[in-house]
Design a protein around this ligand. Sequence first.
Ligand code: SF4
Length: 321
Amino acid sequence: MTDKSLIQFPWGSLRRFNTYAHYCQQTYGTRLQKLSIDAGFTCPNRDGKVGTGGCTYCVNDAFNPSYCLPTKSITQQIDEGIEFHQFRYRRATKYIAYFQAYSNTYKDIAALKQLYGEALAHPQISGISVGTRPDCVDEEKIAYLSELAQTHFVSIEYGIESCYNRTLAAINRGHTYETAVEAIRMTADKGLFIAVHIILGLPHETRQEMLAEASLLSALPINSLKLHQLQLLKNTVMEREFQQHPSDFHLFSLEEYIDFVIDFLELLRPDIIIERLSGEAPPRYLAHSSWGLIRADQVLMQIERRMEERDTWQGKFYRRS
Ligand code: SF4
């Protein structure tokens, strides 16, 4: 009889989804630890170019580690990030500068060269990961990033959040799904590593619509995916909307989310690398939480345990469209 716990999945590991840790180990022989950087960018959905109020759920500080301050140089943030992570994760030997706060391609090309260049000049940095909006890239910026990718790891991370224009309008994203698809295709044409970010549980989206996003994303030339559950943060437009119209929202309980995210993974293309399966805003920012004080790594363990129980895996029901 075959021991099911020893079955290797198509991505070459025993884990039931295609983990970023496995990808790093296979490709670079080690863990790639991301170090968050706040390089003083802003966002066109806040400064008036696209909008002023920002996305209805946005509180950037909720995801920014305390050592990240735009008043510090990039080099100093990297040094402090390495010190922080060496204490927590002793296994990390390669570091990636993660331009995370706000929209990290929203400056002219000369400024981007200076900022990314400072990060890549750091002796312990092996590459950069650039988080941005799909309406903040153009041919010139993508060409520059692909030049950097000749000698370093370079990933561009697009916040898509939803594949539905109705939802994107409701959360005031200020761009459409078509803009995201266009940016992804332009980036893929230059061979860059593409990560995308999606929120599960946005108001008015049905379970079927959210599951259909797994197929829509699988049809795009993306390399990796970050999923997280909607987290209602204090003092946001979305918190007020929730107070006024709670029936417009369906906030996942932990147990429900675990099974839902597994259903989502079953429909996803097996070669899409999973960078994250849940979000973890610091409790002091949360306006509503029924999950208790559980960390993302504990949620991950529960998801994997449940996948075992269900004897399922990423892509089990994936069909090429
Ligand atoms: S695009 Fe990002 S930084 Fe800008 S408002 Fe939306 S969530 Fe906030």
